[in-house]
Design a protein around this ligand. Structure first.
Ligand code: ADP
Length: 233
């Protein structure tokens, strides 16, 4: 589904990603792990097309997207929930849900699709007329996720969905992500600092260090020694 090949990304002259390759298949939840500052967010941004690579390519479902804009990539099926959620605090929950749709080029979601989202996140149904800025961090995270899911992405990129949210909501969000994985048609790439959440949500892992992927494998086989070597501070 997603293929990243040999991707190098620089900020000015400083190289942050160095020939990164990874692939994520539909029906898989993969987590991208690594210490702070190794380039995880940079990699998600490069997959979304917000940052341009100096070399390498990004393809989704066999279509090369390397030279395409972020909005083209969204239309091609990449959904991105950025760190900090990116919601519009002064718009209502419902207005935020509809914000992902551009009137001219995207059809607006069907009422059934909207209803499905509100069933998945019941709290948003209750709050749909409220200004999004008045929601708790966890509710905003659910809104941000619902807004992206409404477009039925083929690939979902999640940047630290647990940041600043309480454990009970974390559980709910973990359940939703696992459920999306089980459905089988979406590929999910999750960046997560909170190791317990990552390992209970994903089935595969990639570990980044020094701007590259240094280990990959099945979460059930991630040993303590590897976790200590690359993930502890
Ligand atoms: P992670 O998500 O793994 O914490 P990031 O991708 O955010 O890492 O950052 C990787 C490196 O790139 C860090 O050293 C960070 O300081 C640097 N960096 C991130 N964003 C920028 C930017 N806009 N300009 C310059 N350097 C940046």
């Amino acid at each position: 589904m997603l293929i990243v090949e040999d991707l190098s990304v620089y900020y000015e002259e400083s190289r942050v990603l160095s020939r990164v390759s990874l692939d994520v298949a539909p029906g898989r939840v993969s987590c991208l792990l690594g210490r702070n500052g190794v380039g995880k967010t940079t990699l998600l941004k490069a997959i979304m097309g917000v940052l341009k690579p100096r070399r390498g390519r990004v393809a989704l479902g066999g279509v090369d997207l390397t030279s395409r804009s972020p909005s083209d990539r969204a239309r091609a099926g990449i959904g991105y929930v950025p760190q900090g959620r990116g919601i519009f605090p002064h718009l209502t929950v419902r207005e935020n849900l509809l914000m992902g749709f551009e009137a001219k080029r995207d059809p607006t979601p069907s009422p059934a699709a909207e209803e499905e989202m509100l069933e998945m996140f019941p709290v948003l149904k209750v709050m749909r007329g409220r200004a999004a800025g008045t929601l708790s961090g966890g509710q905003q995270q659910q809104l941000s996720l619902a807004r992206v899911l409404l477009r039925k992405p083929k690939l979902l990129l999640l940047d630290e969905p647990t940041e600043g949210i309480q454990p009970s909501i974390m559980q709910e969000i973990g359940e939703v992500i696992r459920g999306l994985g089980r459905k089988g048609d979406m590929a999910i790439l999750l960046v997560e600092q909170f190791l317990d959440f990552a390992l209970s949500t994903a089935s595969e892992y990639f570990i980044m260090d020094n701007g590259g992927i240094v280990r990959r494998g099945s979460v059930s086989e991630l040993d303590d020694e590897t976790a200590r070597e690359f993930l502890s501070v």
